[in-house]
Design a protein around this ligand. Structure first.
Ligand code: FE2
Ligand code: FE2
Length: 198
């Protein structure tokens, strides 16, 4: 856990972005490093969100490398500091919404038992998912680029888009056109959540 946290901090610091130190202090304050990544799915234990964020970063850098091999021009559209910021901070919204709770779950013998889990409480700042991450980061003084903000805003497209209005779908399609960072983050998050951590 300590090694993961150190790696996370070192990566963020390497961006030298305005507001990054305040961001790290804020993450500590809101419980980011202790939060799980989900209530009952991937990495639903203390520190899971930190682990997930690093998995998304590693996956995003691997995909970026493949993309650059095939399309060298794309490198300048996917700067490493933007991949670090988008991947490590996309789920900041989750840091304060899981509350520890006992959950009923069937064990391998088919018997119900109580296990430690989490309830979700959106009460702190019910602003959406990607939207909340962007607002929390910006409100706290992190200077996100437009591309990073778009990638973080739209990273949940698989869940969000079917329910959205035509206008929202239009915005999402435009965001993908404007920067490959949107598609990169969606792919890395999906592969980390459902394949690596599934
Ligand atoms: Fe997310
Ligand atoms: Fe995620």
């Amino acid at each position: 856990m300590k090694e993961r946290k150190d790696r996370f901090m070192t990566l963020l610091m390497s961006t030298e972005r305005d507001g990054i130190i305040k961001t790290m202090q804020m993450l500590e304050r809101i419980g980011f490093f202790k939060a799980p990544a989900s209530s009952k799915f991937h990495l639903n234990y203390e520190g899971g969100l930190l682990e997930h964020s690093l998995n998304v970063f590693d996956m995003a850098m691997d995909i970026r490398e493949v993309l650059i091999k095939r399309t060298p021009d794309i490198e300048e559209k996917l700067p490493v500091d933007s991949v670090i910021i988008a991947a490590l901070l996309h789920d900041v919204c989750k840091a304060d919404f899981y509350k520890p709770a006992m959950k009923k779950q069937k064990n391998k013998d088919g018997q119900w038992e109580e296990v430690k889990g989490y309830d979700v409480d959106y009460g702190q700042f019910p602003f959406g998912h990607g939207e909340k991450s962007v607002i929390v980061l910006m409100k706290n003084g992190l200077k996100l680029t437009t591309e990073e903000a778009l990638a973080i805003r739209w990273h949940m497209q698989a869940w969000d888009i079917p329910m959205q209005s035509a206008e929202a779908k239009g915005n999402f399609n435009k965001a993908k056109e404007l920067t490959p960072l949107v598609s990169l983050l969606i792919a890395a998050d999906g592969l980390a959540s459902h394949v690596l951590e599934g």
